[in-house]
Design a protein around this ligand. Structure first.
Ligand SMILES: [Zn+2]
Length: 411
C-alpha cells in the first residue's frame, strides 16, 4: 500500500469508486423499468414491446456489470502484482529506441484490454441483441470489423502516438504541443472519417430519385441548407436499429440515412428527423461540441503534464524511473474516472442541443407531430428504456429521454 502517495490514492479511489457509481446508476435505472407503457406512448409501443424492452435492459445491465467487474479485476490484479514494471522491463530488455518501445508498450496494453472485452462484445451481439431480434451482424462481419478496426488503429493511431511520444521527449512545454497535435489530428479526422473511413465499414449508395428524395431536397432548399448528395447506408447489415446523420461541413454536406430508417418510417417522419439534423447544423451545435472537446482535452493534457513530471506518479503504479509511454497508459487509468465530471457537463450541453434541434424541426415543419411519431417508433424499435433514472441520464445519456422530448414538442 502506498497511501502516502496522492496519485495512488486518487487512482485507487477513482477506479473502484467509478465502478460502484456506475453500479448504483444501473441499479437505480433498472428499478425504474415499469410494467405498463407510459400513456403518451401507448399508441405506438405495445405492452408486449414494453415487456420485451424490460428484459432486454436487465440482460444488458447484467452483462455490463460482469464486463466492468472483469475489467476492474484485471486492472487491479495487474497493478497489484507489479505488472506495469514487469512490462516496462520486458520491453526495455529488447533494446529498441524510445518511440518504438513506447509504441510496443501502449500497443500491448490496448490489445490486452481489447481481448478482454472481446467475449463480452461477442455475447452482447450474438446472444442478447440476437435474442431480441435486433442483431443482423454475422460472425464474419463481426471478425472483419475488428480486423479493420485494428488495422485502422495502427495506421492512424500509431503515427499520432509516435508524434506525441516524440513531443514529450524532445520539446519544451510538451503537454501544450501534444494537445495541439492531438487537436489537429482530431479536426483532420472529422474530415477524413466520413470520406474514407466510414465507407470501409458501411456501403454508401446514392438515393434513387423519387418522392422521398424530392421531399428531402425541398426541405433543404427551404431551410437554405446546401446538400451535395443523399446516401442510403446499409445499416441493416449489422443491426435493425435506425439512424440518420450528416457528414461534412460548409458546402459539401452529405446526408446519410440508414436503410433501416427508410424501412420503418414514413416520408413525413424522415423529413422531420432530417429537419432535426439540419437544426443541429444551423444552430451551430457542431462548433460548440468541437470547442467543448478541445477544452476537455486541454484539461487532460494539463493534468498529464503534472503527472508525467512527478516521479511519485510512476511509483503509485509500482514503476521505477519515468517512461513517457507507460506514463500515458497509467495516466488514462487515473483520468478516466475523474474526467466523468467533464463528461457530465458535455452530456448536459448535448441534451440541451437535442431540445433545441427538436424545436428547430417543429418550427421548420410547422408541427411537432411527425417528429413525435418518429421518436416513438425509434424508441420502440431500439427497445429504449422509456423512463430512465435521472442519475443514469446524468452519467450516460447524450439525448434526453423520449418522454421529455415528446412533452417539449407538444408544448
Ligand atoms: Zn440530435
Amino acid at each position: 500500500m502506498r497511501l502516502d502517495n496522492p496519485w495512488f490514492v486518487m487512482a485507487l479511489i477513482g477506479v473502484i469508486g467509478w465502478f460502484h457509481v456506475k453500479l448504483l446508476a444501473d441499479f437505480l435505472n433498472l428499478r425504474r423499468l415499469s410494467d405498463s407503457v407510459p400513456e403518451s406512448l401507448n399508441d405506438v409501443v405495445s405492452e408486449e414491446d414494453h415487456l420485451k424492452a424490460k428484459d432486454y435492459h436487465i440482460d444488458h445491465a447484467r452483462l455490463d456489470v460482469l464486463s466492468e467487474a472483469a475489467g476492474l479485476a484485471a486492472l487491479v490484479g495487474f497493478w497489484w502484482v507489479g505488472g506495469f514494471q514487469w512490462l516496462a522491463l520486458q520491453v526495455q530488455g529488447l533494446g529498441w529506441g524510445s518511440i518504438s518501445s513506447g509504441l510496443l508498450i501502449l500497443g500491448s496494453l490496448v490489445v490486452a484490454s481489447s481481448l478482454l472485452n472481446l467475449p463480452f462484445e461477442w455475447y452482447s451481439t450474438f446472444k442478447i441483441e440476437a435474442a431480441y431480434g435486433l442483431n443482423r451482424t454475422t460472425p464474419g462481419t463481426f471478425v472483419a470489423d475488428r480486423v479493420k478496426g485494428l488495422v485502422m488503429a495502427c495506421a492512424l493511431g500509431g503515427p499520432l502516438v509516435a508524434g506525441i511520444l516524440w513531443v514529450l521527449a524532445n520539446v519544451q512545454a510538451a503537454a501544450f504541443w501534444a494537445w495541439a497535435l492531438t487537436s489537429l489530428f482530431g479536426l483532420l479526422m472529422t474530415w477524413i472519417a466520413p470520406r474514407f473511413l466510414m465507407p470501409i465499414f458501411m456501403k454508401f449508395t446514392p438515393m434513387e430519385p423519387g418522392e422521398l428524395r424530392d421531399a428531402i431536397l425541398a426541405l433543404a432548399r427551404k431551410q437554405n441548407f446546401p446538400v451535395q448528395e443523399i446516401y442510403v447506408v446499409d445499416g441493416s447489415r449489422r443491426s435493425t436499429k435506425a439512424n440518420a446523420f450528416f457528414t461534412g461541413i460548409g458546402n459539401t454536406r452529405r446526408i446519410a440515412l440508414f436503410d433501416t430508417l427508410l424501412a420503418t418510417h414514413s416520408t413525413d417522419e424522415i423529413i422531420a428527423v432530417l429537419a432535426h439534423e439540419i437544426g443541429h447544423a444551423k444552430l451551430g451545435h457542431v462548433p460548440w461540441m468541437i470547442t467543448a472537446g478541445l477544452l476537455q482535452s486541454a484539461a487532460m493534457f494539463a493534468c498529464l503534464h503534472f503527472a508525467l513530471s512527478d516521479v511519485r506518479f510512476y511509483e503509485a503504479f509500482g514503476v521505477q524511473g519515468t517512461l513517457p509511454a507507460l506514463g500515458l497508459a497509467l495516466f488514462s487509468i487515473v483520468w478516466k474516472p475523474w474526467s466523468v465530471v467533464l463528461d457530465i457537463l458535455h452530456g448536459m450541453l448535448s441534451r440541451k442541443h437535442e431540445f433545441q434541434a427538436d424545436e428547430y424541426a417543429k418550427v421548420a415543419i410547422g408541427t411537432g407531430e411527425p417528429l413525435i411519431s418518429a421518436l416513438k417508433k425509434l424508441s420502440r424499435d431500439h427497445l429504449a428504456h422509456l423512463t430512465p433514472h435521472p442519475f443514469y441520464i446524468l452519467l450516460h445519456h447524450s439525448h434526453p429521454p423520449v418522454l421529455q422530448r415528446i412533452q417539449a414538442l407538444s408544448a
